[in-house]
Ligand binder design. Structure first.
Ligand code: ADP
Length: 297
């Protein structure tokens, strides 16, 4: 089983002529509400890839529609807690030039406590994977507890925050990093070269599998002496929202069925390349049949 201890956000998106100024009251041209959050996106991607995924999360009892979307995609939602506190949410303004400004409120995503974590661990077995992003609280506790239960941990420290430096990253089996996250963890400048980044991360975390995604420049993988490099699929990107989430979901679903690392990277890259050709988050995450067709091309 793939368990995803992941955020669930409601995205409130307002189209505006310009980003609201201090003291101004502005009418929006349109409004949409949708499911977001890196956790929910990655669960959707894993399920669409055919993975066996259970989401561990918290969302307001007033937002049950979220469970329907996840269920329909094949995500097991039985361990999502319906809360009295507000759901995590993002208030997103998008202007006529596609610039955006976002207020993020973690809400229920930051309401985990030790009692929740112990309860979650009752169902796991040592073969299970635990996937984490950086949008829920109590990450150090859940990593420690999961490692004690023999779970294999995969962590995507996004969005990057100062808290990440204090986490027991050596307990992770896999780290998924983009260039900015890799530079911060390596303690290097964001303009550092890829080889330099990988070397510094390897020095710090020699046992961990490192997956470095580089946007249109593809992906690098390193585990001990094993180093792999895969170019991105040559496509024209229209919106890179959820590209990283799609990549991680497809990688983990392939990994769950014990595919080779080369296959994991190839399927994840094919899926992410399909994602960047569509707008939006959840709607742009492709289905396995589309990825299979793109992989053959
Ligand atoms: P994040 O969105 O987390 O910053 P990246 O930008 O590195 O992550 O993108 C994740 C993956 O999405 C890349 O490794 C690549 O496979 C795919 N991808 C992103 N941008 C493009 C692009 N312009 N063309 C093709 N694939 C892309």
């Amino acid at each position: 089983m793939l368990y995803n201890y992941g955020s669930i956000n409601i995205d409130y998106v307002y189209r505006v002529s310009h980003l609201v100024r201090p003291g101004e009251t502005l009418s929006s041209q349109s409004f949409t509400q949708g499911l977001g959050g890196k956790g929910a996106n990655q669960s959707l991607a894993m399920a669409r890839a055919g993975g066996d995924v259970t989401h561990w999360g918290r969302v307001s009892q007033n937002d049950r529609w979220v469970l329907e979307i996840l269920n329909q995609a094949g995500v097991n939602t039985s361990l999502i807690e319906l809360t009295a506190d507000a759901s995590g949410h993002a208030i997103i303004q998008v202007d006529d030039h596609a610039e955006n400004a976002i207020i993020l409120n973690p809400g229920a995503n930051h309401g985990f406590n030790e009692r929740h974590l112990d309860a979650l661990m009752t169902s796991v077995t040592p073969d299970d994977w635990l996937l984490l992003q950086n949008e829920c609280n109590a990450l150090a506790s859940i990593m420690t507890l999961a490692a004690r239960h023999g779970m294999r941990i995969a962590f995507n420290p996004a969005p990057l925050g100062a808290n990440v430096h204090a986490l027991p990253l050596e307990l992770c089996q896999i780290l998924f990093l983009n260039r900015g996250e890799a530079a911060a963890l390596a303690g290097l400048d964001e303009h550092a070269g890829v080889a330099e980044l990988m070397d510094a991360l390897y020095q710090r975390l020699p046992e961990v599998e490192l997956v470095l995604t580089l946007g249109r420049d593809g992906v690098r993988y390193q585990h001990g002496a094993q180093r792999l490099e895969l170019p991105a699929f040559p496509v024209t990107a229209v919106d890179t929202t959820a590209a990283g989430d799609t990549f991680i979901g497809y990688f983990m679903a392939a990994r769950q069925r014990d595919a080779s690392i080369e296959t994991c990277l190839h399927e994840a890259s094919a899926a992410a390349a399909l994602c960047v050709q569509k707008s939006g988050a959840a709607p742009s995450i492709p289905h396995a049949s589309e990825v299979a067709a793109a992989s053959r091309d």
